[in-house]
Design a protein around this ligand. Structure first.
Ligand code: SN0
Length: 316
C-alpha cells in the first residue's frame, strides 16, 4: 500500500482486518520494521483517538513520531494557488507540505470540511494539496469526506464481535446541535457496502448522503423499521448534503434509548466518539451492556498499526 486515503487504497479488506487482529495479539512483533523511520502527524483540527492511537501504533512498530497541530502552532497556512499573500496567511501549503516531507518518511493529515462549499470539500482540496506536495506516503487522519482509519477500526470491531456469518448492520443518523461532517458516515457506508453484512442506513428525510458512498445499501427514513433484528447499530450525526452543511430542525426523537433496542437482536451499539451524551446517544445505552464504543476506540490502535505496517513495507 502506497497511501491510505480511502477503502480504494486497500486491495484486500479482509486481509487487512486479519492483519490488524494479529497486531492486537502480538503488538511488538514488528518493532524492528520502523527503526529510524519517522511519522509526522499534522492536525488542522482537534483529535483525541486518532492522535493517540496512531502514535501508539507507530511506537509499537518502533517508529519515531512527531506531531504538529498546524492550525494552532504552525504559521497561518495559505491554500489558494496564485494568492497574493498580503493578508493574514504566512506560508503556502506548497512549501509547508514539501518541507514536512523532508523531515518524515510517512505523513498523516487531518483536515475537516468547511461545510460551506460542497464542491470544494468534496474535491478534497486541502488534503490533496498535502498529497501532491509532501512527496511521502500519506495516511488520512480524517479528510473532508472520509475517515478510513475509523472505518477500518469499525470493520475490525464487527469482525471480532459478530455472532453470525452475515450480521445486520444499521447506520443511524442521530441528533446534534451543530453541523458535523459527512466524513464518518460516508466512509463507514463505503466500507460496509463492500463487507459481508446486510447494511441498512436510516436517516430523517433531507439527510441523504452522497450516493457515491452508499451504493448497495438499503436506505430508509424509518428508524424503528431499520432496527428490526439489527446485530450492530452505528450511531452518528451528520449535516445535510443538500442543502449542504445545514441542520434541519426537529428529529430529536432519533436519539436511541434502551427502548429503541427492543426490536433488535440485542444489538451492539457503536459510535466513533466524541459523543454528546443525551443529545446523540442516551446515558443508559452508553453506560449499559450493549455499548461497545470503548472497545471500538481501542481498535483504533490495531487499525492504524495494520496500515502503517503496510506503508512501511512499501518504503523498503
Ligand atoms: C468529528 C466528525 O467528523 O463528526 C470527528 C469525529 C471523529 N466530530 C466532531 O466534530 C464533533 C464536534 C462536536 O461538537 O460534537
Amino acid at each position: 500500500m502506497k497511501q491510505f486515503t480511502s477503502v480504494h487504497d486497500v486491495t484486500d479488506i479482509n486481509a487487512l482486518v486479519a492483519e490488524a487482529l494479529q497486531h492486537k495479539q502480538n503488538p511488538y512483533a514488528n518493532q524492528q520494521l520502523g527503526k529510524n523511520k519517522t511519522i509526522g502527524l499534522v492536525f488542522l483540527n482537534p483529535s483525541l483517538r486518532t492522535r493517540m492511537s496512531t502514535q501508539k501504533a507507530a511506537l509499537n512498530l518502533g517508529m519515531n513520531v512527531m506531531v504538529l497541530n498546524i492550525d494552532k502552532e504552525g504559521w497561518a497556512l495559505e491554500l489558494q494557488d496564485g494568492a497574493v499573500m498580503n493578508g493574514t496567511t504566512v506560508e503556502h501549503v506548497r512549501e509547508a507540505a514539501a518541507v514536512l516531507g523532508q523531515y518524515v518518511d510517512i505523513i498523516g493529515v487531518r483536515s475537516f470540511p468547511g461545510l460551506k462549499d460542497r464542491e470544494e470539500d468534496y474535491s478534497e482540496q486541502v488534503f490533496n494539496k498535502f498529497v501532491e506536495y509532501c512527496g511521502v506516503p500519506i495516511v488520512s487522519l480524517e479528510s473532508a469526506t472520509r475517515h478510513p482509519l475509523q472505518s477500518l477500526a469499525d470493520s475490525i470491531t464487527i469482525e471480532e464481535l459478530k455472532t453470525k456469518a452475515r450480521p445486520k448492520v444499521v447506520l443511524t443518523w442521530a441528533p446534534h446541535i451543530k453541523p458535523l461532517p459527512q466524513a464518518v458516515p460516508n466512509s463507514f457506508a463505503e466500507w460496509m457496502c463492500k463487507a459481508d453484512v446486510d447494511f441498512v442506513i436510516a436517516h430523517p428525510e433531507g439527510y441523504e448522503l452522497n450516493t457515491d458512498f452508499t451504493d448497495g445499501a438499503f436506505i430508509t427514513h424509518n428508524q424503528q423499521e431499520a432496527l428490526q433484528g439489527a446485530d450492530f447499530i452505528y450511531v452518528k450525526n451528520w449535516s445535510a448534503y443538500e442543502p449542504y452543511g445545514k441542520v434541519i430542525k426537529g428529529h430529536d426523537d432519533w436519539m436511541l434509548t434502551n427502548e429503541s433496542l427492543q426490536a433488535t437482536n440485542n444489538a451492539k451499539v457503536m459510535h466513533c466518539l466524541p459523543v454528546r451524551r443525551n443529545l446523540e446517544l442516551s446515558d443508559e445505552i452508553l453506560d449499559g451492556p450493549n455499548s461497545v464504543v470503548i472497545h471500538e476506540a481501542g481498535n483504533r490502535v490495531w487499525a492504524a498499526q495494520a496500515v502503517l505496517k503496510q506503508l512501511l513495507d512499501s518504503l523498503s
